[in-house]
Design a binder for this molecule. Structure first.
Ligand SMILES: Nc1ncnc2c1ncn2[C@@H]1O[C@H](COP(=O)(O)OP(=O)(O)OP(=O)(O)O)[C@@H](O)[C@H]1O
Length: 311
């Protein structure tokens, strides 16, 4: 597949802060592309450059062969942006907001009406379309914001943390809707610092930290960077100083004691768990709790940076 977006060695500074430091990325047409990173990693700066809202200091972004610097106007017509801040008229109804934005995009007549019905359906707001936006919940406003971004049927939908601070129902609704774009002509760029969301919906992911892309690939490829081992944490009533009772268990790759917690690395935690628990009990250790951690984007980030994603 052909990339629709090529980010070529892009840098951006704010005073002494390097918000982006030589970022390069290729985003496939029709994919759902995730940008994951902690606060301040540079995600918003990057998508604002892709959206032609701010200009980079160095490098370029090509979208369908056009340059954000030279062809900003044309590129804007191809993009739908869902910004972090809600941009709606509170005293207008949802339908009136969509009418306004549709006209801004140059739509009119039957096409405009049809498009409004489509995006209301898509955002699950059809039944509430004639209510004023000021009475909407945060999640409904966010869904309307997405509807606005879809009014001109953009090739690329860019969403900056669209699920922050909204109710779980709206969050699930939004995630399901984004998943429904899979295999369509619409390319989605999705930023988040929630790794579960990115794992759930994205085909490809770039992990950003301090202005750089520190890893990119499919979710599976990125999991591979954390190694293939699961981690089991067993908390006991008393500290366990001698772990020789685990020796006979072939599946254990590594184990160490950390106070009352024994940390065990195994290839297949599900299969190994019952024999590990049995070994603890037989050795006379009372177990207080058991936790399992499979490799995920959180552990990948930890491995690459030595820091947690959610510091
Ligand atoms: N307009 C600005 N003026 C000064 N510094 C800025 C500006 N915008 C961003 N920065 C700085 O650039 C860095 C990257 O910020 P950016 O907003 O792109 O990160 P982010 O990954 O989107 O984080 P968040 O999840 O908090 O939005 C941060 O250190 C931020 O403080």
């Amino acid at each position: 597949m052909e990339p629709i977006i090529n980010v070529l060695n892009v840098s951006k500074r704010y005073g002494s802060v390097k918000a982006l430091d030589g970022v390069s990325l290729a985003i496939e047409r029709g994919s759902i592309f995730g940008l994951l990173g902690p606060n301040g990693a540079g995600k918003s700066t990057l998508i604002n450059i892709i959206s032609t809202l701010i200009v980079q200091d160095d490098g370029d972004v090509e979208i369908a062969g056009l340059s954000v610097q030279k062809d900003a106007q044309k590129i804007r017509g191809m993009l739908g942006l869902v910004p972090q801040d809600i941009a709606l008229y509170p005293t207008l109804t949802a339908r009136e907001n969509l009418l306004f934005w549709g006209r801004m995009y140059g739509l009119g007549g039957k096409k405009l009406k049809g498009q409004i019905d489509d995006v209301l359906e898509l955002s699950g707001l059809k039944d509430r379309a004639n209510e004023r936006v000021e009475g909407y919940s945060g999640g409904m406003k966010r869904r309307l914001n997405i509807a606005v971004a879809l009014m001109h049927s953009p090739q690329i939908l860019i969403m900056d943390e669209p699920t922050v601070g909204i109710d779980p129902q709206s969050r699930n609704f939004i995630l399901e809707r984004i998943k429904s774009f899979k295999g369509s002509n619409t390319t989605v760029i999705y930023t988040s610092h929630y790794m579960e969301e990115i794992e759930e919906i994205c085909d490809s992911v770039a992990i950003m930290d301090r202005g750089k892309v520190i890893a990119s690939g499919t979710v599976e490829e990125l999991h591979g960077l954390a190694g293939s081992l699961d981690t089991i944490y067993i908390k006991t009533e008393e500290p366990v100083s001698d772990l020789s009772f685990l020796k006979h268990l072939q599946s254990i790759e590594n184990s160490y004691a950390d106070g009352n917690t024994t940390v065990i690395s195994v290839a297949h935690s599900k299969e190994a768990l019952s024999s590990i628990i049995l070994a603890f009990t037989r050795a006379g250790h009372d177990i207080r709790s058991v936790d399992m951690l499979k490799p995920n984007l959180e552990t990948v980030f930890l491995k690459l940076t030595g820091r947690a994603l959610r510091d």
